[in-house]
Design a protein around this ligand. Sequence first.
Ligand code: FMN
Length: 190
Amino acid sequence: MDLFEAIRTRRSVRKYLDRPVEEEKLQAVLEAIRLSPSWSNMQCWRMVVVKDQAVREKLSELSYVESFFAPKGYRTNPSKKALAAAPVVIVLCADPARSGELWNQNYYLVDAGIASENLMLAARGQGLGTVFVGVYDEEKVKGLLSIPPAIRVVGLFPLGYAAEENKEGPPRKPLQDICSYERWELKAST
Ligand SMILES: Cc1cc2nc3c(=O)[nH]c(=O)nc-3n(C[C@H](O)[C@H](O)[C@H](O)COP(=O)(O)O)c2cc1C
C-alpha cells in the first residue's frame, strides 16, 4: 500500500475478528517501530508483546481512569474490550533516561509517539487494525508485566484483523484552521 494511502485510510480499530496475526506481519510491525527516528538515535522505546489471552484480559480490566478529572469519555475506555479481543497487544514503553529533555519538553514522548505512528501505519500496510489506547492504570500494568519502575508505559496497541468496515473516521480540522504561512495568523478559537 502506498504510504499516503495508508495515512489517509488508517482508522482506530476497536472490534476484532477471532483470527490470529501471522508472525511475519507482527514482525513487520515491530520492525517499523525499531526503525523509527529518535532523539540522538537513543531509541528509548521498548515493547512487550502480549499474546496470552489471560494477560490480555487483565490488561483490558486495567484500562480505566479513576481520577474524577479524567477527560470526558475516558473514565472507562471505548477500546477496553479490544485489548482482550485482539490476538496481540503491543505494550509500548519508553525509558525517559534514554531520550532528551530540553526547555521543559520531554522528548521520550515524542520518540514513542513517532514509533506509535510507525506501528499504526505498518499495521495498516499489513492489512491489520490497531488503536492507540492511552487509558490504563500504569502502575498495575507495570506490575502485571514486570516492567521496571524507571520505564514508562506510553500506550497499549491491540493488533489484529478488523471486524468492522474501514469507515470514515472522525473529521479533521480544515488546514486553514491549523496552519498559517510565514507567521502565526491562527484564530485562538479553532
Ligand atoms: C495519545 C492517544 C491516546 C489515545 N487513547 C485512546 C484510548 O484510550 N481509547 C480509544 O478508544 N482511543 C484512543 N485514541 C484514539 C483516538 O481517539 C483516535 O485516534 C481519534 O479519535 C481519531 O480517530 P482515528 O484514529 O480513527 O482517525 C488515542 C489516540 C492517541 C493519539
